[in-house]
Design a protein. Structure first.
Length: 201
C-alpha cells in the first residue's frame, strides 16, 4: 500500500474512492468541513442512534452531489478515554469496511481536534499502523476471485496542518514495522511444504 501525507483539501475535492472520517462518541458536528448533505445525514444517524461513535463502529454515507462520494465514519469511542491504540484499531475497522466496498484508494481525514492533546507524530504512526494491519491479505492459497479479496492500494492521510518532518518520519517508521509484521505473517501462513529451509538461504 502506498501511503502519503497531505494537507487537507475540501471534501468535495478529494479524488480517492472513499473518505474515512473519525468520530468521537457523543460528537454532534464534524471536525472537518463536510457538505451540507453529509452533515445532515450523519446528524440524523446520531439522533436515531444508528451511529453513536462507539469505538470501532462504522457508518457509510453515500452522496450523489456534487459527485458520487462515499464517506465512512469511524467511531473513536469517548474522547476522555482516547488513546493511540484505540485510534489504530478504529482506523483498522474503517479499512475493513472500505475493503468490503471494493475500493482501491482511500483518504483519511485527521482533524486537529483529534491530535490536540497528543503528539501529532504519534497520531500519524497509529493511523498508518492500524491501516496497514487491517489491509493485510494472504492470498497464496485463496480460491476466491481477486475482486473479493483485494486490498486497498493507495491511502492519503489528510491533516489540517502541513505535515511536519516528525509526522513524515512516523509514516516511515510505521511502514517498516508493518512490513516486518506482514513478512512474519506470510511466513506463519505459508505451508511447510512450500517454505523449506532452502528458501531461507
Amino acid at each position: 500500500m502506498n501511503i502519503t501525507l497531505e494537507k487537507q483539501v475540501p471534501v468535495t475535492r478529494v479524488t480517492e474512492d472513499v473518505i474515512i472520517v473519525p468520530w468521537f462518541q457523543g460528537q454532534t458536528m464534524a471536525c472537518i468541513t463536510l457538505s451540507t448533505d453529509a452533515q445532515k445525514i450523519i446528524e440524523s444517524l446520531c439522533m436515531t442512534k444508528e451511529f453513536s461513535g462507539r469505538h470501532m463502529e462504522t457508518a457509510v454515507v453515500r452522496l450523489a452531489r456534487p459527485r458520487l462520494m462515499r464517506i465512512v465514519f469511524v467511531g473513536l469511542g469517548k474522547k476522555e478515554t482516547f488513546t493511540c491504540d484505540a485510534l489504530s484499531r478504529a482506523m483498522g475497522a474503517g479499512i475493513m469496511r472500505v475493503k468490503k466496498m471494493h475500493a482501491l484508494s482511500v483518504a483519511v481525514m485527521i482533524p486537529d481536534g483529534v491530535v490536540r492533546d497528543v503528539l501529532a507524530a504519534r497520531i500519524t504512526h497509529a493511523v498508518v499502523f492500524g491501516i496497514r494491519q487491517a489491509n493485510y491479505t494472504f492470498l497464496k492459497y485463496k480460491t476466491k476471485k481477486k475482486d473479493e479479496t483485494q486490498s486497498v492500494s493507495r491511502c492519503t492521510i489528510m491533516l489540517e496542518h502541513a505535515p511536519s518532518a516528525e509526522e513524515k518520519a512516523a509514516v516511515k517508521h510505521a511502514t517498516i514495522l508493518a512490513d516486518s509484521m506482514e513478512l512474519a505473517k506470510d511466513i506463519g501462513n505459508t505451508d511447510s511444504v512450500d517454505l523449506t529451509p532452502a528458501s531461507f538461504a
